[in-house]
Design a protein around this ligand. Structure first.
Ligand code: ADP
Ligand code: MG
Length: 641
């Protein structure tokens, strides 16, 4: 509980005790005899007494309402509450002598507000606890041994020490030590990852077994943990349609109920008095109008909808799904088409060299040339070829590197021009290339314009890929498409095995964008198209899609920038899970809208008919709000979704 909440609780208790005490006052207190003036005097004195709890509990509402009127933005909840309770006090003074109602309305309203702020605080705390990744310290080496310092103070390039059981505070590269990392806080999965010297490690993981010395590559502010926290903290600023709907709704709704209340106060008594010859009963109708105002207060909606999104984003975050704004959580629930990139998304992106063919050189020599050529590329193919090369690489032999996106690389090695890439690249260079009977991705190599053979490498589907496609279908996605720059034969094989609807192969990165545009055009306009990629060379596609999902984004800033939803690990099953989470969240939003509006409508009608009094009105209001808020909190729990 915050200090503010504690203070409010004290005010609530004080006002409640006073209100109950005043209830025991004899009805004719203070007695001044029986004349009409003395009746008014008594009501006045009693009002003074009731004003004490009223002001204790409601002074801030009155002040806010007054400020609202001065600023010309008067039609808010504070205004409704102030008018209704001041009106009820006035009726009490002039007619009934009953002030308890006005105080009670204010009291219940404030109890509702208190509860709401408590719930918001609670879910905020829950989210930060769920995403328990912010490190408390970084341990550096100093003259007097290891020293714990604020992670913010550690410059990039320092050496930090992480003991078993501790969180890695800053991104870096392992210099010494081996350990098994628990990435659950980042990815939502508790599959341990083993690291050894030379491996990259990300902040937020917990080192479980060994002592690690890590050379930091970034400052704390640029590290994975900070990026994630920033993203989650800013998520609520991108408003969803539902939230915008509520603020538009409130702009029309509040003036409408105020006009309705005015009409209710003025028209019936006027008609009665002027045309029907009945007593106008002004007091009754004004009271009904005030009740109507109390009932109309739209708190439940105004509070519960942003809270639902907030909780939904927190729940998704816990599962390793980072949603950059409520708007994306909402869009996700309308996904009709999912377009996948192949390499690294549906397949593992770790190629294995399976064969070397048609080469005048020895297998080892060809691999060495290829590995040297690929030495500065970050493409998964390049990484695999480097890994497959048995000899240590002398990088000084490589001069002038040119990487041709979607084709391959062209470099100078010992002054000889070496090209390494697909058939398209060979065609560009005018080198006739040999066909290969094996299915797999073929990397052709040419040296000084002469064909030097090819390397067959194959990528495996991710073990979850098939299940992921099935889960997407089960979640209501109608069209699943794959785009790839790879050969048609390889693409078809993957597509058939995974049971995809459409597949487009041999695409350059820019072709992927135009292909995506066509898919966008041919889709159902009510649904959206999501693109899932690894962010390595598909950032333009990620940006162009209605919804960009970057996978395996741990450590890849480019992907995090370009995407709307970021999956911390590279498990494609998470996409279906994200859709289910968003659907649950939207279902809660809809339940709350319907429930709150229905109860409001019933109460408004009862109030206008004079059946509901102010007590019932405020009970209904606070009740609906509490239920709506509790329902909203459900979005935080994504365990089974
Ligand atoms: P994907 O759509 O599968 O992610 P890319 O657009 O990254 O594919 O690449 C398309 C094709 O271009 C690859 O299948 C490969 O044949 C070739 N290619 C791209 N970069 C390289 C490279 N560095 N070395 C060799 N071949 C490459
Ligand atoms: Mg790619």
């Amino acid at each position: 509980m915050t200090k503010k909440q504690k203070k409010m609780l004290i005010r609530i208790c004080a006002a409640a005790v006073l209100l109950i005490a005043l209830h025991f006052l004899p009805e004719d207190f203070p007695s001044f005899g029986g004349t009409a003036e003395s009746g008014l005097l008594r009501r006045l004195v009693r009002m003074m007494l009731y004003l004490v709890p009223y002001l204790i509990i409601g002074h801030d509402i009155l002040r806010k309402a007054a400020r609202g009127i001065l600023n010309g933005q008067m039609l808010d909840e504070n205004f409704l509450m102030a008018v209704a309770t001041v009106g009820a006090l006035a009726i009490g003074l002039l007619k009934t002598g009953d002030y308890a109602e006005a105080v009670a309305v204010m009291l219940f309203y404030q109890i509702g507000e208190w509860f709401q702020s408590y719930a918001v605080g609670k879910s905020r705390k829950n989210i930060s606890a769920l995403m328990d990744i912010r490190p408390d310290f970084a341990r550096i080496e100093s003259e007097n041994g290891p020293e714990e310092v604020d992670p913010e103070e550690v410059p990039a390039g320092s050496v930090i020490i992480v003991r078993p059981g501790e969180k890695i505070p800053i991104d870096g590269i392992v210099e010494e030590g081996e350990s098994s990392l628990n990435t659950a806080a980042l990815t939502g999965e508790s599959v341990p990852r083993d690291v050894k010297p030379g491996d990259e490690v990300f902040s937020g993981c917990i080192s479980m077994s060994g002592l690690l010395r890590i050379r930091t590559t970034k400052e704390f502010g640029e590290s994975t943990v900070s990026k994630i926290l920033e993203l989650v903290e800013n998520a609520s600023s991108l408003k969803s349609r539902s939230e915008n709907f509520i603020s538009r709704f409130a702009r029309i709704y509040t003036p409408a109920v105020v006009i309705g209340a005015l009409a209710l106060a003025v028209l019936p008594p006027a008609v009665r008095g002027l045309f029907l010859g009945l007593p106008p009963e002004w007091g009754d109708w004004i009271y009904r109008a005030l009740t109507f105002l109390v009932i109309s207060c739209p708190c439940a909606l105004v509070i519960s909808i942003p809270l639902t999104f907030f909780a939904g984003i927190g729940g998704a975050g816990k599962a390793g799904i980072l949603v950059k704004g409520s708007v994306w959580l909402e869009e996700l629930s309308r996904t009709g088409t999912v377009v996948f990139d192949k390499t690294g998304t549906l397949t593992q992106g770790t190629f294995e060299v399976t064969a070397v063919h048609h080469s005048p050189l020895s297998e080892e020599e060809l691999l060495e040339y290829a590995a040297l050529a690929e030495s500065s590329s970050s493409h998964p193919i390049a990484v695999s070829i480097r890994n497959a090369c048995p000899r240590p690489l002398d990088l000084s032999r490589v001069t002038r590197v040119e990487e041709i996106s979607g084709n391959g690389v062209k470099v100078l090695i010992d002054g000889r021009e070496v090209a390494c890439g697909n058939a398209r690249l060979m065609e560009r260079l005018g080198v006739p290339c040999m066909e290969c009977h094996e299915t797999g991705t073929i990397v052709h190599v040419s040296i000084d314009g002469a064909y030097a053979g090819h390397i067959v490498i194959s990528d495996r589907e991710k073990p979850e890929a098939k299940e992921a496609v099935a889960a997407l279908r089960a979640a209501g996605v109608r069209r699943i498409v794959m785009l790839t720059g790879d050969r048609d034969a390889v693409a078809r094989q993957v597509a058939d095995r995974l049971d995809l609807d459409q597949v487009y192969s041999d695409l350059l990165p820019e072709d992927k964008v135009s292909m995506l545009e066509e898919l966008l055009k041919s889709g159902n306009p009510k649904e959206i198209l999501a693109f899932a990629g690894d962010g390595i060379n598909d950032a333009p596609v990620l940006t162009r899609a209605d919804l960009g999902i970057a996978m395996g984004a741990m450590g890849s800033d480019a992907a995090i920038e370009a995407a709307d939803i970021v999956l911390m690990d590279d498990n494609p099953l998470k996409i279906a899970r994200a859709i289910r989470i968003s659907r649950k969240c939207m279902a809660i939003v809809r339940q709350n809208i319907v429930f709150a509006l229905a109860v409001k409508a019933v109460c408004l009608i009862l109030g206008a008919l004079g059946i509901a009094n102010m007590w019932l009105a405020v009970f209904a209001d606070v009740g609906v709000m509490v239920i709506a808020v509790l329902n909203a909190i459900r979005a935080l729990f994504t365990g089974k979704t």
